[in-house]
Design a protein around this ligand. Sequence first.
Ligand code: PMP
Length: 449
Amino acid sequence: MRDDNFLVEQNARSIWHPMAHPADMRANPPRIIAKGEGTHVTDIEGRTVLDAVAGLWNVNLGYSCDPIKQAIARQLDVLPYYSGFRGTSTPTSIELAYEVTQFFAPEGMARAFFTSGGSDSVETALRLARQYWKVRGQADKTKFLALKKGYHGTHFGGASANGNANFRRNYEPLMPGFFHVPAPWTYRNPFNESDPAKLAQLVGAAIEDEIAFQGADTIAAFIMEPVLGAGGVIVPHETFMPLVRKICDKHDILLIADEVVTGFGRAGAWSGSRLWGVQPDMMCIAKAITSGYFPLGATLIGTKVAEAFEADKTTFGNIGTGYTYSGHPVGCAAGIAVLAETRRLNLAENARLRGEELLAGLKRLQDKHQVVGDVRGKGLMVALELVSDRATKKAADKKLMGQVADTAFAQGIMIRISGPNIILSPPLILKAEEVDTILGALDIALGSV
Ligand code: PMP
């Protein structure tokens, strides 16, 4: 093992990190995480903290889940890799496809197309949506609608669907044919509407307006996160996603639910679609499918889309997309173990209960600390938006956000900063007393600025 100085030095010299400026690594070196146990992680300096972000929203079962580790070890022994391209398959990929489509049967999911992660799952869904309309003989339906503030990964299709300039500007021109409507975000929206139900209607009207402008016969799909994650945990009113479903049905547009974060219980239900009582046409999943222990994702395909492809007598139904690691047998073995543990521990219910406690505690912190402009969340997907002035809602600056994160870490919790937002997305095995730990550390961190 290299010594700590080597690691810090080479981190600045040898590695480029996602979502960071390479020149910033000396001034603001990352924390180097060396160990994890339960809900806690330890850095190379030996500081152990509660991981209030579960890695990157994904380590739902915490860092020492033996059934996952054993499943991975066993599969490595039996068969470390084989391809899932036409001609071969593997037992674990078949079993996980069965399990995961059963798991999301209430959402109407019927088939699984495995990927290597969330961006791949989005890319695949976008491709299959265009292909679906070719299969159906409506090749003009190629455009996509998405929400501003939405996050759909970093491939060109997903980046084109993204609704945040930070993920777009440096990579433009993006793909043509993607159009955006305002997010149902009560704290900031162009309608100045703070009532969530009314805002849902207004955004619905904006979607109708955009469809009329583009022409429904040119639109392949609407893609959305049931609860927007990376954009700052925007929780739509309960009527919003059902309204989007209704609009999509009316105009014969597919609905793609990007459940990369919300899948497997994070928002307090087994999926965001189930939370809102909606059956999408496709679902993108990744992250918690292996609790972060192995890179894996899937695009789930609903019955209507699946049956159209399978009934196709032309070459349009031939799937010309996929990844070397589609259905990786080790990832799928991990996924099978994760699903069993996720069900056994009823993680969605724990996320719902702990999420309610966390949100209630954060509302108390909002009353106490002027710097907290807004608090929002669903299940264990939570954000605090910090402002330098409550009246004007002027967003807190980077320096202040960094100070809050550093103090929180010193107080024993890892949080994530995204613009003016503190994002909290702890492991779903979180205990009630750990909610108190998070609240206590945040109280001090917010009081320090
Ligand atoms: N969609 C959503 C909703 C996400 O939150 C993310 C990642 N945070 C992605 C897609 C992309 O997933 P990945 O980083 O695994 O490619």
